[in-house]
Structure formats: structure tokens, C-alpha cells
Design a protein around this ligand. Structure first.
Ligand SMILES: NC(=O)c1ccc[n+]([C@@H]2O[C@H](COP(=O)([O-])OP(=O)(O)OC[C@H]3O[C@@H](n4cnc5c(N)ncnc54)[C@H](OP(=O)(O)O)[C@@H]3O)[C@@H](O)[C@H]2O)c1
Length: 506
């Protein structure tokens, strides 16, 4: 089997190392990569943030994160923990970053990492600009091409709108250079998304029908049961479109709709995604709806409405739900609507891409019972039980003339090989210098251009009916109308046929 190249020695600096992302996802992923010998012996991880922690505090915090993520072998942990360090400081202050630079030299010496560095920016978005500016000013990072190398991983959200994303990109260009920047959209690290290219382009049967002649429409759903938890203040500034539509959902759309690149490498892949994004006109306000959850029942438990959540304005008009129709105006997709919906506190959790195929002529089955039959649908699940399901029509055995929709299923779990979390894939790619599954400058700007006018329109026209859906329902009724106008409906989860009625519509 072809192996990817072994990595250079490296020190990974996590700015924002005491946060949720670091504990829940980054540190457990690094531990697993080390256990699997995917990162070299000559490595170190340096946590950096303001609180005055010791190295041991940081190691205990990391240990807790790893234990929550899975079983931890004590010997393996001790070996890993010897590579973890903590430096306390403010990422927007030059003197603290200088102290970090000094500490780094010692750590780099003792682990013989040769000066190669990855700076992982996992502090709040408001710190990105001051941090990058300061990093450049004090020379903690070297621009692309210089050895030993430096790479910078930047978390989402990348900007607040198109203008701020462009400003941040200009700064990245000046201080880091495009070849050394890794803008994270962790959806690109998911197994199903990484498989999408193989699925589409390494099989014979899908590509010929992957176009406007056979596809009626596409649905991308990003629905969550959870509310905003303790992230109220953050969510108030962001809302659902900036949180998941502008990034994850448009990236998923681009991967579904792209043309095959000539070679599977970073520039080819990103060029093709960028072409799709360029073909999407900005969302028209009449093609979009928004919602905000009120109190309701989730899994039998009474939960608060958004406006009662911690850190949220009691008169907030921040949307926690959005649904919209997009068009990809190119040869392959002309006239095929792409429906996107995303929301918090819904009846179930799932992220899935649904390709709804056109119905073939059925006149030869005149008189048959087809009430339990739908056109072919391909469902790709990217959360929980990641996998793919093709819904096909089959004759029901027996003496009646009846056709029903049945699933052909592929589940990653059944492959018998454990799926790897997205952050493991992406951290390893960054360590190896592979940018394929990271978002390029033009993509991020094009993604903002798709949603920016809608966001402005919504800000200028505040909603009068919030909250307009109950927690535990499937979102506001207007979202259904968006599809019903065109004689379509949202897929309602397994089974493919209309499932339980949505509870608690308001
Ligand atoms: N959590 C997720 O699942 C998730 C998913 C996708 C993207 N993200 C992105 O990842 C980033 C971090 O998210 P998070 O959920 O981990 O946030 P968080 O829990 O609020 O953590 C923020 C971290 O930044 C540190 N920090 C804040 N200001 C700082 C400063 N001036 N200098 C140095 N450190 C500073 C904080 O520590 P101190 O208070 O000790 O300084 C803390 O370690 C955000 O940009 C977020 O949008 C997070």
C-alpha cells in the first residue's frame, strides 16, 4: 500500500491551548497520532494562553481530554506527556510572544526539532489579526520558503464578512504567505467528505448521472440537537450562517458539485472547488428563511429558548436556523436547486448530503401500488454513523403489484477499520505540509460573497416573529414552504419515507 511521507521533526504551538477545542479535539488527536507513530519522536507541543498554568497543569488538562476521547494507555501517555509544555502569556502582547520565542528555543533544543514550527491559532477570532501582526513583527514565524519552516493553522471563522476576510487574507499574505497557511474547515477532514472524491470519481456508476439531466435537486442538512450551551456570547456575534453555512456547508457543496481535477493534489482540488463557488450567485433573500428556537422538549427534557440562554440578549434577533436555495450556474448544474438547512435545537442530529434523482417514466407500472415509493435518493451521512445509502425501488415479494423504496447501505463501521476523527487527518496533513484539505484564500472570499448580501439584508430587516420554532421540532414552518413551493420536501431521516410528525411546531 502506498504510504505518505514521514514528517520532519516539529514543534506545534497551540495558541488558545486551555480552550475547549484544544482539550476536546486537538490534544486527543495529537496523542492518537503519536500512539500510531504518525508524528516523529522529535516533536514537542507548547500550549500558550493567558492563564498562569504550569507544564503539569497543562499535561493534566490534556490527559483529561484524551481520557474523554477514548482509552489511554498509561505508558504511552507518559511518553507523550514528556513532550508537552505550557507558556503563559497574551497572544496580542509582544513581550509575552518574545518570552514564548525564548522558551521555544530551549524546548526545540531538548527535543531536537530543528526549529520547524507550526503555530495553531485556536484563540478567539478577535485575536487573529493582532496575533498575526505581532508574530511577524517579532520574527516568531518565518515566511514561506525559509528553513527551518514555519506553518500557521488558522481556525474558523475566517473573518466576519467578505471585507474582513479580505483584510485577514492580506495580512496572511504579508506575514505568512499562502504556501504556509492552513485555514481549517474541519468538515474537509471527515471520512465521508474525503471519500466523496473516491466515491464520485473512482466508481463507474455515479459520475455519468451526476448532473442536471438526472439530478432533480440536492439537499445539504446540518441539523443539531444541542443548543448553544455556554457559547452564548460567541453565538450572538455569529449566528447560524456565519457559524456553519458560510464555511462547512459551502465546502460540502463545492466537493459535491466540482469537476474531477486532473491530478489529486492541493491546487487541482482547490481550483475545482473555487470554480464551483464562483458559479454560485449570492443568495437572494426571497430564497432564504431564518429561525430562532424557543423553549421546547428535546428527548423528553424541557429546554430553554435561545433568548433565555446564558450570554444572550433577551430580545436577540440572532438566527439559530437558516434554510436557503442556491444555484450553481454552470453547464453541469444549471437549473438544479441546492437546498441548505442548518439549525440548533432540532429534533435530531445529523449532517447529510442528499442527492435526489429524477423519477423515470413509470407508465408501464400503471395500476401498481407505488404509494411507498420515491425517486432514487443517495444519502451521504457525515456525522455519527458515517456512510452512504442509496434508496432504490424494489418490487415487494408476494402476489400484489407493489413497489417500495428500499436502502442499499454502506457504513464505515462495517468496514471494520476505525474511522479517524477529522482533526487527526488535518493535523497530520499540516505536519506533512499537505494543503489539499485546507481552504485557499479565494475560496474563503468566494464563500463570503455568497452569503454576505443575505446577512446584510437580514441585519437591515430584523425578524418580527422570533422565536419561530420550538426546541425539539424540525425548524420553522417557513423552511418547509421553501421546498413545498417547488413540490419538494426535506428528507425526514431514516426511514426515507415521511417519519414521525415534527413535534412542537410553532
Ligand atoms: N470548540 C470548537 O469545537 C471549535 C470548533 C471550530 C472552531 N473553533 C474555533 O477555535 C477557536 C477556539 O475555540 P474554543 O471553543 O476552544 O474557545 P474557548 O474555549 O473560548 O478557548 C479560547 C482559548 O483562547 C485563549 N485566549 C483567549 N484570549 C487570548 C489571548 N489574548 N492570548 C492568548 N490566549 C488567549 C483562552 O485561554 P486564556 O483565557 O487562558 O487566555 C482559551 O485557551 C475559536 O476561534 C473558535 O471559533 C472551535
Amino acid at each position: 500500500m502506498a504510504q505518505r511521507p514521514v514528517t520532519d521533526p516539529v514543534t506545534l504551538i497551540i495558541v488558545g491551548a486551555t480552550g475547549d477545542l484544544a482539550q476536546r479535539l486537538l490534544l486527543p488527536a495529537l496523542f492518537r497520532l503519536r500512539v500510531d507513530a504518525q508524528i516523529p519522536d522529535r516533536f514537542a507541543v507548547v500550549g500558550f494562553s493567558r492563564r498562569g498554568w504550569s507544564h503539569d497543569d497543562f499535561r493534566a488538562f490534556a490527559r483529561e481530554g484524551a481520557a474523554r476521547a477514548g482509552e489511554v494507555d498509561e505508558d504511552a501517555w507518559r511518553r507523550f506527556a514528556d513532550h508537552l509544555y505550557f507558556v503563559s502569556g497574551d497572544s496580542t502582547k509582544d513581550e509575552d510572544l518574545r518570552a514564548l520565542a525564548q522558551a521555544l528555543e530551549k524546548i526545540e533544543d531538548s527535543h531536537r526539532t530543528g526549529g520547524n514550527r507550526i503555530v495553531y491559532v485556536a484563540s478567539p477570532p478577535s485575536t487573529y489579526e493582532p496575533l498575526l501582526t505581532a508574530l511577524g513583527r517579532i520574527g516568531l514565524i518565518r515566511k514561506d520558503g525559509a528553513l527551518p519552516w514555519t506553518r500557521v493553522i488558522i481556525e474558523k471563522p475566517f473573518g466576519h464578512d467578505e471585507a474582513s476576510a479580505r483584510r485577514l487574507n492580506a495580512l496572511v499574505d504579508q506575514i505568512i504567505g499562502e504556501a504556509a497557511v492552513f485555514r481549517i474547515d474541519h468538515y474537509l477532514g471527515k471520512e465521508t467528505v474525503q471519500n466523496m472524491l473516491v466515491f464520485r470519481f473512482a466508481n463507474t456508476v455515479f459520475e455519468p448521472i451526476w448532473n442536471r439531466r438526472y439530478v432533480d435537486h440536492v439537499q445539504i442538512s446540518f441539523v443539531e440537537e444541542i443548543g448553544i450551551g455556554s457559547r452564548g456570547r460567541f453565538y450572538e456575534e455569529v449566528g447560524v450562517v456565519r457559524d456553519v453555512v458560510q464555511n462547512h456547508m459551502l465546502q460540502l457543496l463545492a466537493v459535491i458539485a466540482m469537476e474531477p481535477p486532473a491530478v489529486f493534489e492541493a491546487e487541482g482540488f482547490r481550483n475545482e472547488k473555487a470554480k464551483v463557488l464562483r458559479a454560485i450567485p449570492p443568495v437572494r433573500p426571497e430564497h432564504a428563511v431564518r429561525g430562532q428556537y424557543g423553549p421546547g422538549l428535546v428527548r423528553g427534557e424541557r429546554v430553554r429558548g435561545y433568548r433565555e440562554e446564558e450570554g444572550v440578549d433577551p430580545r436577540s434577533v440572532t438566527p439559530t436556523y437558516a434554510a436557503m436555495r442556491l444555484q450553481v450556474e454552470n453547464w453541469r448544474w444549471a437549473g438544479v436547486p441546492f437546498y441548505l438547512r442548518a439549525g440548533k435545537r432540532l429534533a435530531r442530529k445529523e449532517t447529510e448530503i442528499v442527492i435526489d434523482f429524477r423519477q423515470p417514466p413509470l407508465m408501464m407500472f400503471r395500476g401498481w401500488d407505488m404509494t411507498e415509493m420515491d425517486p432514487n435518493v443517495l444519502v451521504m451521512r457525515t456525522t455519527e454513523d458515517e456512510g452512504i445509502s442509496l434508496q432504490i425501488a424494489a418490487r415487494i415479494p408476494g402476489h400484489r403489484r407493489q413497489i417500495r423504496t428500499v436502502p442499499l447501505d454502506f457504513s464505515y463501521a462495517e468496514m471494520g477499520i476505525a474511522e479517524r476523527p477529522a482533526y487527526e487527518h488535518l493535523l497530520l496533513d499540516a505536519v506533512r505540509g499537505e494543503q489539499t484539505f485546507f481552504t485557499r484564500r479565494d475560496e474563503v472570499e468566494l464563500q463570503w460573497a455568497v452569503v454576505d448580501p443575505l446577512l446584510r439584508h437580514w441585519e437591515e430587516h430584523p425578524p418580527r416573529d422570533f422565536p419561530n420554532y420550538a426546541a425539539g421540532s424540525m425548524g420553522p414552518a417557513v423552511a418547509d414552504e421553501l421546498l413545498e413551493r417547488a413540490g419538494r420536501r426535506w428528507r425526514t431521516g431514516p426511514p426515507i419515507r415521511e417519519a414521525e410528525p415534527a413535534p412542537g411546531r410553532s
